[in-house]
Structures are given as structure tokens and as C-alpha cells.
Design a protein around this ligand. Structure first.
Ligand code: G3P
Length: 217
């Protein structure tokens, strides 16, 4: 299972990348806003740091303009994955990019039907948003399961990139289903290390160690 980090915060990416936790990065217009940085400048810095795919999202809504933006973004670095929304224009742009050998991440996927179209259009990644499906009281991980079955039935090569991941349970559910990639905020990835019994056990060991009066160094 690959871990992408869903942020444009370069310090957070560096911390996780130094630990070998980062197989790629995803950004979107909201994350660029949050970073307060220029999209080209911050994306270049991320691409220099991370060797895996770095998704940079177009903001045009019409295919021709999306293609122009995507081509500009693709020139930032060889590891750019151009992110397009799952609209008819986005699929048109996806097909054009894929035909040029460029990696495309089709985002804002909320149905298995949309995921089939993205695979047919040559997407390298499909990004189903599980947290936002949970937000409207459905189970986002059911969608990951459906797409996994469909892609396996037909040996589609598009990778399932579970997005809008909000919790450790989301990560575990996606891993059990067999999502190829999970993209999660740094806070979710870091909280995977926490367990209440780890904290409790460590606390007991520290108390008992203090009673021994010993030192290792
Ligand atoms: O990768 C897409 C992701 O950033 C959306 O997450 O939490 O805004 O639904 P969220």
C-alpha cells in the first residue's frame, strides 16, 4: 500500500518523507490556499523533495483550458501527476494527457460509474473522496470496495487513490479492501502511531524502571 500525503505544507512533507513514509503527494486548490504559497513555487519545492507522483490540480472548467493549464503544471517536474475533476471536460483532458504519456489523477470521484469512465480515459489514479461521502451519511469505504471489484474484474490499471481520508480507521479499511494508495493529511498518518495501550504500557515501564534505580547510559 502506498502512502501519499495530502498537503502542500512542505515542512510536514519533509518530516514524513525523511521517515520513508511518503510515496507521493496530493494537493488541491484548497490546500494551496492553506499553504499561502504560489502554486508553481510550492509544487516545485515538493517535487524536488519527493520522488513519487505529486498531484497538481487544474482550475479551468473547460477541456481546452484544462489542457493548457495541465501542460504548464506538467513542466514543473517529471513527477507531476495532473489532477483534473471528474467532469466530462475533465475526462476529455485526461484522455489528451494520457495519450501524451502524462500521468493523470482524476479527482472528485463519488461513484463507481465515474471511476469506470476515468479508467477508460486512461487515468493513472482515480480519487474517490471517502470522508465527503461519510459526511452525507453513506459509507465512503463501500465505494472503494465497489471500484476495487470493478477494476479487478476488467484488469483496469488505474490505481485507486483513496482520498478525503479523515481517520486511522479509514486508512485501515482502505488497506483491507486493497486500495492501491491512500492519501491522508499528515495528522492522520502521524496518529497511526498512537495507541492508548502503548501509552499505558510505556508509562508502567517508566515507573518500574525508575524504581530499579538503574541507568543504561
Ligand atoms: O484529496 C482530497 C482531499 O484533500 C479532500 O479531503 O477532508 O477536504 O474532504 P477533505
Amino acid at each position: 500500500m502506498k502512502f501519499f500525503v495530502d498537503t502542500a505544507d512542505t515542512a510536514a512533507i519533509k518530516e514524513l518523507n525523511d521517515l520513508g513514509m511518503v510515496d507521493g503527494v496530493t494537493t488541491n486548490p484548497s490546500l494551496i490556499l492553506k499553504s499561502g504559497r504560489d502554486i508553481i513555487e510550492v509544487t516545485k519545492e515538493i517535487c524536488d523533495m519527493v520522488s513519487g507522483p505529486v498531484s497538481a490540480e487544474v482550475v479551468a472548467l473547460e477541456a481546452k483550458a484544462m489542457i493548457a493549464e495541465g501542460l504548464k503544471l506538467s513542466k514543473i517536474a517529471p513527477n507531476i501527476a495532473i489532477k483534473v475533476p471528474l467532469t466530462w471536460d475533465g475526462l476529455t483532458a485526461c484522455k489528451a494527457f494520457a495519450s501524451e504519456g502524462l500521468k493523470v489523477n482524476v479527482t472528485l470521484c463519488f461513484s463507481a460509474a465515474q471511476a469506470i469512465l476515468a479508467a477508460k480515459a486512461g487515468a493513472a489514479f482515480i480519487s474517490p473522496f471517502i470522508g465527503r461521502i461519510d459526511d452525507i451519511h453513506y459509507d465512503g469505504t463501500d465505494l472503494i470496495e465497489d471500484i476495487r471489484i470493478i477494476y479487478d474484474n476488467y484488469a483496469f490499471e488505474t490505481e485507486i487513490l483513496a482520498a478525503s481520508v479523515r481517520s486511522v480507521n479509514h486508512v485501515i479499511d482502505c488497506a483491507k479492501i486493497g486500495a492501491d494508495v491512500v492519501t491522508a493529511p499528515p495528522s492522520v498518518i502521524k496518529s497511526m502511531a498512537s495507541h492508548v495501550l502503548t501509552d499505558k504500557g510505556l508509562d508502567q515501564f517508566m515507573k518500574d524502571w525508575a524504581k530499579t534505580g538503574q541507568k543504561i547510559i
